[in-house]
Design a binder for this molecule. Structure first.
Ligand code: PLP
Length: 416
């Protein structure tokens, strides 16, 4: 069999397996060390009782002749789609129809699969640093030659997020040439920063003027507490004709191990076929979704719907508040230890400048070796992540406090 040669252009392993390898090697050499993991962005609080109850009831239903469910609707059960439409959109004055919502088993799959709708020659823009799936899925699809010595793929347009723009790059100048599609993520993984309304307005205006589609990853929208910050791209007038939105129950309802997400594809978003005719992306995604996906599990969708019940909302909001209190403690403690810290106010991630200009992998090894704390090297998110480091606020309060105490002992005032 001839293989897809584009895989050879990818880095040897995805970022997190390499972190896992280094942590395992350290733990094997130091069997008594108690390593605290603030690396991978995985939730730690147990499922909310309202969700557990709904899933138990759904399992019981499935065990009866009347309540059994086989294959469900590919786009999701009406009870969940309707809860999404009413709570996430209609309640915020956003006009999204139920059949524009596609329930799936995760935003990682959605954000990796969405590129199947783009032309092979589509020009893709990504931020740098970036959630690696957006880049790697387009590399696998053959949309770029191999990366250059600077670690960048020549086929992509990179929009650098740095301290000068608060890690929220603006739309590119026309000199970069045409862009078919741009991936944006707010609140951002990895930098933990969030786009303001004015910044998203600038993106929507640019996308409409340049006939570019925005893929807006809002996996962390529930971590926004300032009501003046948009939680959906559709809060920006005009976005219905240029933006697809991705959302997940992973970080908002503790579903990383349960798996449920959705993608919104408004019927007004179109692309052009080779003859120049405009085609709604909704039509393509409906075709793709029904061909390659057989629906998320009934039990899981019942659990996701319970996240919108009054009890489910109260319980999941309390979990989010708990993680955000962790983020606040980390932010204050790291700042007091002399670190320059970004993000962590409307997102569960903090983005640190590495001390003394260390490379992000050197700082990773130092933090692991000296504090037994695991974080994520910024360079793993793209060349512009070099010199930065991501810490996640997903952990128990005791672990956050212990990690902070160790970091303060090692790096706090009077230490180098
Ligand atoms: N998008 C972003 C920006 C993420 O950080 C993550 C997970 O960390 C995902 C998508 C994937 O979410 P899911 O668990 O729904 O696959």
């Amino acid at each position: 069999m001839r293989i897809n040669e584009h895989f050879a252009k990818l880095p040897g392993s995805y970022l997190f397996p390499e972190i896992g390898r280094r942590v395992r090697a350290y733990a094997a050499a130091h069997p008594d060390a108690r390593v605290i993991r603030l690396g991978i962005g995985d939730v730690t609080e147990p499922l909310a009782p309202a969700i557990v109850e709904a899933m138990h009831a759904a399992v019981d239903e499935m065990g009866t002749r009347e309540g059994f469910h086989g294959y469900g609707p590919e786009q999701g059960y009406d009870f969940l789609v309707e809860a999404i439409r009413a709570n996430d959109y209609a309640a915020r004055g956003i006009d999204i129809a139920a059949d524009e919502i596609f329930v799936s088993d995760g935003s990682k799959c959605d954000s990796g699969n969405v590129q199947e709708m783009f032309a092979a020659a589509a020009r893709v823009a990504v931020t740098d640093p970036v959630y690696p799936v957006y880049v790697d899925s387009n590399v696998m699809a053959g949309r770029t030659p191999a990366a250059g010595p600077d670690g960048r793929y020549p086929g992509f347009v990179y929009l650098v997020g740095d301290e000068s723009n608060g890690f929220q790059p603006a739309p590119p100048p026309d000199s970069v040439g045409p862009v078919d599609v741009v991936y944006l993520c707010s609140p951002n993984n990895p930098t933990g920063t969030v786009a303001t309304r004015a910044q998203l307005e600038a993106w929507v205006a640019w996308a409409r003027a340049h006939d570019t589609v925005i893929l807006f990853d809002a996996a962390y929208e529930s971590y926004i507490s300032d009501p003046s910050l948009p939680r959906s791209i559709y809060e920006i007038p005009g976005a219905r004709s240029c933006a697809i939105e991705l959302r997940s129950f992973s970080k908002r309802a503790g579903f990383t191990g349960v798996r449920c997400a959705f993608m919104v594809v408004p019927k007004d978003v179109t692309g052009v076929d080779p003859s120049g005719e405009r085609v709604p992306l909704h039509k393509l995604w409906a075709r793709r979704h029904t061909t390659k996906f057989n629906g998320a599990s009934y039990v899981v969708q019942r659990g996701a719907a319970a996240a919108y019940s009054p009890a489910g909302l109260a319980q999941t909001n309390a979990q989010i508040a708990f993680y955000m209190e962790n983020a606040k403690l980390l932010h204050a403690g790291l700042t007091a230890s002399g670190f320059t810290v970004f993000g962590g106010v409307h997102a569960p991630y903090l983005w640190l400048r590495t001390p003394g200009g260390a490379t992000s992998w050197d700082f990773f090894d130092r933090l692991l070796g000296e504090c037994q704390v695991v974080g994520t090297p910024g360079a793993g998110f793209g060349p512009a992540g070099e010199g930065y480091f991501r810490l996640s606020a997903f952990n128990s309060r005791a672990n956050i406090e212990e990690a902070l105490a160790r970091i303060q002992r090692q790096f706090g005032p009077g230490r180098a």
